[in-house]
Design a protein around this ligand. Structure first.
Ligand code: C5P
Length: 239
């Protein structure tokens, strides 16, 4: 099927080996130009996989979810920049020092953007209460997003349901990437939804775009679809 990559769609390569990841990338061909590499694949396959994607002309969202002392965060951000990543993620719950260190370290890599994770989309209000946070998830997401913007982050990662309030808070220019999206119906969508009892705050990709998310991060709804290119096209055209 002829379909040109939609730059708003990031496909999560959640695989435990390089061959499986590269097979999907080959299958998607020109239909995807932006891949998320997370801790599973990075640990299993190593940084060469990231270099390979960059060499092929793809953008890479390196989902390192950094939460460390600022000096170590800065080092990891520089390593991500040296690999050619376009995005690296840092936990905003780590506070201003960690985020500012990441932003500062990214300055020498003009294409590298730092996105702050707010509240992981699998968490609920009761999970927050368990760790001593009395705010609702909505309140906590906005509080952390404000902190991320003040620290100079290029944007945030949040659930589709928070994209609208985040856009209002952050203005038109910052990136808002929304994982936790599922396609209604269809084998892969149903499977992803069921498995991710995890998707406590999920919605469709179209709802995320309608709420002015700049990007959606989609995994199993594409990677496990019988026709992954058709699934991407469906996200892009909105039905
Ligand atoms: O669920 P799916 O396979 O689409 O997940 C793709 C990516 O989105 C995962 O790599 C994960 O980091 C992220 N995700 C998330 N919150 C969820 C589900 C997935 O942040 N509830």
């Amino acid at each position: 099927m002829n379909y040109t990559a939609d730059p708003r769609i990031i496909v999560a390569l959640d695989f435990d080996d390089r061959e499986a990841a590269e097979a999907l990338v080959a299958r998607l061909g020109g239909a995807c130009g932006f891949y998320k590499v997370g801790l599973e694949l990075l640990t299993a396959a190593g940084p060469d996989l990231v270099r390979g994607l960059v060499d092929q002309g793809h953008e890479v969202f390196l989902d390192l979810k950094l939460f460390e002392i600022p000096n170590s965060v800065a080092g990891a951000v520089r390593a991500a920049g040296a690999l050619g990543a376009s995005v690296v993620t840092v936990h905003s719950m780590g506070g201003t020092g960690i985020m500012a260190a990441a932003v500062d370290a990214a300055r020498e890599f003009p294409r590298l953007r730092v996105l702050a994770l707010t509240v992981v989309t699998s968490m609920t209000g009761s999970d927050l209460a368990d760790i001593g946070i009395g705010a609702s998830t909505d309140e906590q997401v906005l509080r952390l997003a404000r902190l991320a913007a003040e620290a100079g982050c290029d944007g945030v990662v949040g659930s589709p349901r928070e994209a609208g309030p985040l856009r209002t808070l952050l203005g038109p220019d910052r990136l808002i990437a929304t994982p936790g999206v599922t396609l209604p119906g269809g084998e892969a969508g149903a499977e992803a939804g069921r498995e991710a009892g995890g998707h406590a705050r999920s919605d469709t990709p179209w709802a995320a775009f309608a709420a002015w998310a700049s990007h959606v991060v989609v995994g199993r709804s594409v990677t496990r679809a019988a026709d992954p290119v058709a699934a991407l096209r469906r996200i892009s055209v909105g039905r």
